[in-house]
Design a protein around this ligand. Structure first.
Ligand SMILES: NC(=O)c1ccc[n+]([C@@H]2O[C@H](COP(=O)([O-])OP(=O)(O)OC[C@H]3O[C@@H](n4cnc5c(N)ncnc54)[C@H](O)[C@@H]3O)[C@@H](O)[C@H]2O)c1
Ligand SMILES: O=C(O)[C@H]1O[C@@H](O)[C@H](O)[C@@H](O)[C@@H]1O
Length: 274
């Protein structure tokens, strides 16, 4: 199941590197809760942001109740962070106004705060749904034009574009993770292609947070090593993006997906056309 080689090849080496102060938006959410536990042991300090109140559960955690639509509150909470993992927002189809507010405006506030406070790395939670309208059977690579499968996908396209803007114009280091289906276990045939296990999610996020500072802007699909996956990785697309290994760092154990070779239904592709 563990897909660290993909994360490593796509983004850079996410091995034994001590993290500094990491801020996590959307820390009360599904992915945020899992990541929070991992970061607690790996980062010097973890700043947790969510509109849902959170309580620190470790000495190195700080919690802030913040609405991402409030630029000043976001900037104040992010002060002192070295990196930001931006997970907060609306994670599925919703009225466009809500998506624009939470996802687009919220991401702008995070990037602007990062620029103003000198944060070195921003990792943005994008989604596979920015290319959800490619036909079944097409292996989609990060370099291909966007084909969102709904308004949520459109909002994530804007998230990626904002990241590109802040990388190009202001020199921020931005990594977009097009997350597949983050679930404890696959529960439907489509997940045989799209599943991102919690363990692999941590692997991708760790790799994104620790990639070399020379990484200006990169977009990758974050997906477990499912044999049926239909998103191109660097190995399948032939484009290695900043792959790097630090000398002397041990290579984690790699095992294949538990889904490898498992029979199942044909994964569907578009979820919800706009
Ligand atoms: N779960 C998946 O399979 C998946 C797949 C692709 C992309 N993503 C993206 O990853 C991120 C995390 O997903 P998740 O499944 O943990 O979602 P989630 O809904 O469980 O968590 C999102 C968190 O963001 C917070 N939030 C929402 N609006 C906010 C606002 N205006 N201000 C402050 N906080 C706000 C919520 O309170 C919540 O805790 C999202 O950006 C989502 O779009 C998730
Ligand atoms: O494609 C998917 O399965 C997932 O896409 C993500 O963007 C959504 O946040 C999540 O709710 C979906 O389940």
């Amino acid at each position: 199941m563990y897909n660290v080689e993909d994360a490593e090849e796509e983004i850079g080496w996410g091995g034994v590197v001590r993290l500094g102060t990491v801020a996590v938006t959307g820390a009360a959410g599904n992915i945020g809760s899992v990541v929070r536990e991992a970061l607690r042991d790996e980062a010097t300090r973890v700043i947790l942001l969510d509109r849902v109140p959170l309580r620190p559960e470790a000495d190195n955690e700080d919690a802030h109740t913040v609405d991402l639509r409030d630029a000043a509150a976001v900037e104040s909470a992010l002060a002192g962070a070295d990196q930001v993992l931006h997970l907060g927002g609306v994670p599925d189809e919703a009225p466009l106004a809500d998506l624009l507010d939470a996802n687009v405006l919220g991401t702008h506030h995070v990037l602007e705060a990062a620029r103003r406070t000198g944060i070195e790395r921003v990792v943005l939670a994008s989604s596979n749904r920015v290319t959800g309208f490619y036909p079944v059977g097409h292996v989609t690579r990060p370099q291909e034009p966007l084909r969102p499968d709904g308004l949520y996908g459109v909002s994530k396209a804007a998230v990626e574009a904002l990241g590109q803007l802040y990388a190009d114009k202001f020199g921020l280091s931005v990594i977009c993770l097009r997350i597949g289906s983050f679930e404890p276990q696959p529960t439907e045939p489509r997940h045989l292609a799209t599943w991102l296990s919690p363990r692999d999610a941590i692997g991708y996020i760790r790799a994104a947070l620790t990639a070399p500072p020379s990484t200006r802007f990169t977009t990758v699909y974050a997906v477990s090593a499912n044999t049926r996956r239909f998103w191109g990785t660097s190995r399948s697309s032939g484009t290695r993006l900043h792959a790097r290994r630090q000398r002397g760092t041990p290579r984690p154990r790699h095992s294949r997906s538990r889904l490898a070779g498992r029979p199942g239904g044909t994964p569907g592709r578009p979820l919800c056309p706009a």
